[in-house]
Design a protein around this ligand. Sequence first.
Ligand SMILES: NC(=O)c1ccc[n+]([C@@H]2O[C@H](COP(=O)([O-])OP(=O)(O)OC[C@H]3O[C@@H](n4cnc5c(N)ncnc54)[C@H](OP(=O)(O)O)[C@@H]3O)[C@@H](O)[C@H]2O)c1
Length: 339
Amino acid sequence: MTRDFSVAVLGATGAVGRSLIELLEKRNFPTRHLKLFASERSAGQTIHFRNAEITIQNIAEFYNETFDTSFLCLNNQLVREHRSRILANSNKVIDNSSAFRMEPETPLIIPEVNLDDLNKDHSYVAVPNCSAIIMLMAVAPLRTLGKIERVIISTYQSASGGGAAMMDELIEQSHAHLQGNSIKPRITPFPYAFNLFSHNTPINDLGYNGEEWKVIEESRKILKQPNLGINVTCVRVPILRCHSESITVEFADRRPSVEEIQAVLQSASGIRLVDDPKNNHFPMPSEASKQCDVFVGRIRHDLSHAQAISLFVCGDQLYKGAALNAIQIGESMIDLGYL
Ligand SMILES: NC(=O)c1ccc[n+]([C@@H]2O[C@H](COP(=O)([O-])OP(=O)(O)OC[C@H]3O[C@@H](n4cnc5c(N)ncnc54)[C@H](OP(=O)(O)O)[C@@H]3O)[C@@H](O)[C@H]2O)c1
């Protein structure tokens, strides 16, 4: 007999929250009742779910009820402040924020990669950084071909990575630019339309921005390779949805053939090969948007290094980089009998 669960989405009106609600319906997540919470600014608005309009409630009302599963789509600060109260009202909490990802006792889960790190006693689970998920979906399966020593990544990240407000701002700036008006950025640090800039997170003492540092630390934690070499550069490009990444993987002992890599990725769950050199057709945001798979292509040898290969990936970071991954964690908990 299948059970149905009481589900809460906190941060339901944001870019991740809306994708999550869409996917709960699309994937038929066994939901007995769904409650949606956001700030008091949004209270009273409605969001469509399964032939009904659900009214957004002020997050303060969350604490009046208990839930089987709560999906958090809130900023770090709110999660840091309220995690223990949220946990008191939820059997399982699945969090998209980065507030506690690097806490040693917090499982940081990509179901296709490290579901073994999840056990029945975990009541709080973190979804990894979106750029890390999209990269690891393609890189982790390659470990069957040999030990990976180093990964070099350059990202091309979309506006939706900065939330609903950054998407709105990219559209507004694009209109302004096309109408010949000057662009006055509100949220983005520099003009964004018809431009690109280094990821808008603070630079640390080592010269890496916050996004780059998350990719480094979280990838090492997920792969359980604390010394994995990672060189990453994160850039925002004027795309509404989907992160793309150029990736070079250095193997420790030998270089696999292109065919071997294609075969591994072809059979990897959650990957779609888009690798058609004849037609110059490779992964791109317009095709990967709102898709659950991470698209992978441009698979080739790195001619400058005897044991390295290069590839290009593109994934919908609101889906696999956040909401979908969170729901898959919930689905895995159900399958494993943890929920
Ligand atoms: N965007 C991505 O691609 C992505 C990927 C992976 C992880 N994440 C993480 O997921 C989380 C959500 O990101 P997002 O991009 O969806 O952000 P967003 O679009 O800015 O949405 C933020 C959500 O939080 C709510 N909120 C803000 N202040 C609140 C308050 N004081 N009380 C209650 N609710 C409040 C907002 O409600 P109102 O609409 O009422 O303000 C909205 O529902 C963040 O931690 C982010 O780092 C994002």
